[in-house]
Design a protein around this ligand. Structure first.
Ligand code: FAD
Ligand code: AMP
Length: 479
């Protein structure tokens, strides 16, 4: 007889593994199927995030940032170092160690929580059955009262730049360069393109970024986006906006890229090209015929606000469903779904999901931008504060950036928090908590912040909403 579970999760990325752990913690008999195999042929958990996404990219961002700090900025603070050279092989080794530690951690958590790890490719063959094809091709069928699909996403490929073994690569390939490309092209100046472009630019590449849109980071508050563009250009990233890539040709060890911009047809030659034009949901082979799980018009699994698909008992979470393609959004959906399956009431607050771009400085935001709020017809008031007026940021030799709060003009409720600064990815948690608790700008303004801390810039931005910033000379008149 087939093994029977309360819950079977397909995919062990940050959506799936979290859903499985939570379900097991709630006393449900849980299995999680994963098909990802690493270079050594071993099944690994953690999905895109741990293997080729969030974690390895942050390992390389951190090492390359440390290198630039030491090379270009230590002498400003009185530390003299000799000539520095990055050791790419060692950096990659460090990145692999970080991946291995994280991936091993998930397997240990599965064991500790009693999650059954099934190795192979899972397919929903009915609303209560999952077929697993092992790496050896053997098939087994498992019964489940509930199924959670967490099959994730893959990079988008575009016809003008088909990937090659080694010259034209996607984000995964860009984490594997064994030497620093002299001329590096990046298509797409979105979150992933900016992070990977930054890594290799810091290590010595001349980086040209070709972005089809005229607006830089249109999803980011434009005051923050403009500041970010200025700072990244100063670092040497040649970000070309309004540049749509139309073709490419591999010539020996080089790739010639054609693009159009306001001046017409252009051509540029690179030693490597990274294609970072977004990600698409991955559902290939996950749904058996006639199961009835519907996809939306963009290929995402269709779900409601509680991640229920069109088939009762079958849920879908993370990158394979609508919404932000972020690890923590996937994980929170995993928690919500496990809670619902266990019979609890659970909700997601989709309005308070933070986003971070791990450039230097980092860009982080939560909630509405000023532009979004205005176009939704909301009257807003805003407060901004520059890190150049923050004592700790100056002491950290990191004075770039600003913090901005967008609040409802009538109720004072915080609608959005936007930061570009060192460690903005950490600071944004304050904005998320404030929004979760429905805080007003005044609530933050009346909060006591530790001094000196970069968090004080958020305090000052909250004070600035009503023109009361303390450390700003040209503040608005107090009402
Ligand atoms: P995934 O992580 O894609 O996991 C899906 C899993 O399902 C995979 O392991 C896959 O093998 C498995 N699977 C698929 N089909 C089957 C099947 N039929 N049977 C068994 N297993 C199956 N997000 C952030 O929040 N912060 C970041 O800093 C960040 N940085 C990123 C950097 C890069 C370079 C990239 C590429 C992505 C980054 N992301 C980041 C995005 C983040 O990785 C994704 O949002 C996140 O991994 C989505 O989680 P998921 O569980 O939905 O899917
Ligand atoms: P993101 O969705 O944040 O990963 O960003 C992907 C970026 O790639 C978007 O800003 C797109 O405008 C950009 N993009 C997509 N296709 C092209 C193209 N052919 N040429 C240049 N940029 C592109």
């Amino acid at each position: 007889m087939a093994d029977k579970f309360d819950v079977i999760v397909i995919g062990a990325g940050p959506g799936g593994y979290v859903a499985a752990i939570r379900a097991a913690q709630l006393g449900l008999k849980t299995a999680c199927v994963e098909k990802w195999v690493n270079k050594e042929g071993k099944t690994v958990h953690g999905g895109t995030c741990l293997n080729v996404g969030c974690i390895p990219s942050k390992a390389l961002l951190e090492t390359s940032h440390k290198f630039v700090e030491a090379r270009d900025h230590y002498d400003e603070i009185g530390i003299e170092v000799g000539e520095l050279t990055p050791n790419i092989a060692k950096m990659l080794e460090f990145k692999e160690k970080v991946i291995a530690k994280n991936v091993g951690g998930i397997s240990a958590l599965f064991k500790a929580n009693g999650v059954t790890a099934l190795e192979g490719t899972g397919k929903v063959i009915s609303s209560k059955q999952v077929e697993v094809t092992g790496h050896d091709g053997e098939k087994a069928t498992y019964d489940a009262d509930n199924i959670v699909i967490a099959s994730g996403s893959v990079p988008v490929e575009i016809p003008p730049t088909p990937l090659t073994d080694n010259l034209i690569v996607d984000s995964s390939g860009a984490l594997e360069f064994t030497e620093v490309p002299k001329r590096l092209g990046v298509i797409g100046a979105g979150v992933i393109g900016l992070e990977l472009g930054s890594v290799w630019s810091r290590l010595g590449s001349e980086v040209t970024m070709l972005e089809a849109m005229d607006t830089f980071l249109p999803v980011v508050d434009q005051a923050v986006a403009k500041e970010t563009l200025k700072l990244l250009k100063k670092q040497g990233l040649d970000i070309k906006l309004g540049a749509r890539v139309t073709g490419s040709e591999v010539k020996g060890n080089e790739v010639v890229v054609k693009y159009t911009d306001s001046k017409g047809e252009q051509e540029v030659t690179f030693d490597k090209l990274i294609v970072c034009v977004g990600r698409r949901p991955y559902t290939q082979g996950v749904l058996g015929d006639d199961v009835g799980v519907k996809l939306d018009e963009r290929g995402f699994i269709f779900v409601d606000d509680h991640c229920r698909t069109s088939v009762p008992g079958v849920y879908a979470i993370g990158d394979c469903v609508r919404g932000l393609m972020l690890a923590h959004k996937a994980s929170e959906e995993g928690v919500m779904v496990a809670d619902i399956i266990a019979g609890h009431k659970a909700e997601m607050n989709y309005d308070a999901i933070p986003s971070v771009i791990y450039t230097a400085p980092e860009v982080a935001w939560v909630g509405m931008t000023e532009e979004e709020a205005k176009s939704a017809g909301i009257e807003v008031k805003t407060g901004s504060f520059p890190f150049s007026a923050n004592g700790r940021a100056l002491a950290n030799n990191a004075p770039d950036g600003l913090a901005k709060i967008v609040a409802d003009a009538e109720t004072d409720r915080i609608l959005g928090v936007h930061i570009v600064s060192q460690h903005a990815g950490e600071l944004i948690a304050q904005g998320v908590i404030a929004m979760e608790f429905g805080s007003s700008a005044e609530d933050l303004a009346l909060t006591c912040y530790a001094h000196p801390s970069t968090s004080e810039a958020i305090h000052e931005a909250a004070l600035a909403v009503d023109g009361h910033a303390i450390h700003m000379a040209n503040r608005k008149k107090r009402k």
